[in-house]
Design a protein around this ligand. Sequence first.
Ligand SMILES: Cc1ncc(C[n+]2csc(CCOP(=O)(O)OP(=O)(O)O)c2C)c(N)n1
Length: 568
Amino acid sequence: MKELNGSQMISEALRLEGVEVVFGYPGGAALNIYDETYKQDHFRHILTRHEQAAVHAADGYARASGRVGVAFTTSGPGFTNAITGLATAYSDSVPLVLISGQVGRALIGTDAFQEIDAVGISRACVKHNYLVRSIEELPRIIKEAFYIARTGRPGPVHIDIPKDITAEIGLFEYPNEVSMPTYKPTYKGNSKQIKKAVAAIKSAKRPLAYIGGGAISSNAAEPVRKLLAMSGIPAVQTLMALGVLRDDDSLNLGMAGMHGSYAANMAISECDLLISLGARFDDRITGNTAEFAKGAKIIHVDIDPSSISKIINADYPIVGDLATVVNQIMDELNSDAGIDPSLYAPWRDTLDKFKALYPLDFDDSEGVLKPQWVIKQTAQIVGDEAIISTDVGQHQMWVAQFYPFNSPRQFLTSGGQGTMGYGLPAALGAKVAKSANAVINFTGDGSILMNIQEMMTAMADDIPVINIVLNNNFLGMVRQWQTFFYEHRFSSTDLSLQPDFAMLAASFGGVGYRVKTKDEFKKALKEALDSKKPAIIDVVIDRFENVLPMVPAGAAIYNMILDDKGKR
Ligand SMILES: Cc1ncc(C[n+]2csc(CCOP(=O)(O)OP(=O)(O)O)c2C)c(N)n1
């Protein structure tokens, strides 16, 4: 036990949690915390240029590294700016701890300067939150926050700390363990349920694995790959799962859902057993739920019991950690005669026909650049080790469709919230976590402007990430919906007027390019990589390219728009 003030306790607790970096932005209520940050040397503090970006950067750090991301803000607007970051992380189950300063206890409830009911606001978009009421409870709360963030279904945790507590002296003893009788995640699957699920797998004729982001959170890629290889069961992945399977795995049918591949969506529609592994049946996957996997029994494995049977009724619910449960399933499959992959050969033949009928494809051109070509070319140049983030829109979906992801934690994107502005700060967080890897943010001419100020953070802290702007002079994805569903009325989606992105990059001290041809693009990307500076490559692409296939919102997923008749 030692005597520390509240700010020293925060710093010491972060040291004991092994935190190596905090992303944040100071202000009045956080002054004591920042003074202690100045004095310590066990974590790096990165000053982002906006609190939203601080949380996205902590999120990108967490997704790329598998560790808990940490962010600091001040009270009032500093905190409210962070909300989009929390919501983004919450929807995608990303482990974070946000520490916000609050006005002193005596001022709470007086409409004080920069006072806002922070825990009231964050409640709806965090896994858990705390308003610290006394110095005595501060160490326990920080311990619990990290524990809750990373265990069970991971998620963001918010701690709001009144300023007077950050100065008050108390006795510090960091607990070794948490004691929360009401929070005890289940890791091991119920063995009776596992037996039933395995019997269902063995008697199925057309089983299909449906892999979600939980496979990444629980580090389950290896056991999932093994399960598929030993059983010959084909699989679809959600946006959040990309990288769990190798892109070229013959059992990988690609992404499912609104912009999923024809084969993936048809496989879901035709299977007789859907094995959901850490996925949550989001509406962007299911479309019309009444028609989703209509003829199939459902095995649903999830660490979060509240996810099971929430959207689609599960015949075989299994609560547990995915990696653990998949290992249990494999043990059970092997317990008698094992499983013969040739069992499902006719089903795989059917799926091969679907694959051949409508492969993911695009009309390349030697004139105007096609975004799909840019994405594939980037992968060729940067190789398998690169980490890719995106913003939100058409470019995000093209990346999901055409980038050959081969490992988990390689792809960072805002799935659940679809947060424009996520890509650049998330890329910064990823580059801090994995400094040896190239980090590329694919973005749009709309999205990049939502957190463009983070080019300054990249410069100041020497975090060389490359932004590839797939520039169509439109809020492209909204323009696409207006094309298909609103008779080409392009209401507020034309972005013809825009800055010179190359000059903008240079003005921050980075490198910038504007390219219109394949050769120019290849040269710019290589130069940007060599420059070791933050970069923007502004790529002029076909303005009216659409993302296909597309399942119209609420339609059955086998009803895909496949031809680009809406293009003009
Ligand atoms: C913060 C936020 N505001 C609005 C939207 C709605 N929205 C989704 S995609 C999109 C257009 C994105 O345009 P751009 O970044 O240029 O990408 P593109 O679709 O052209 O590739 C918009 C406005 C959103 N997802 N996030």
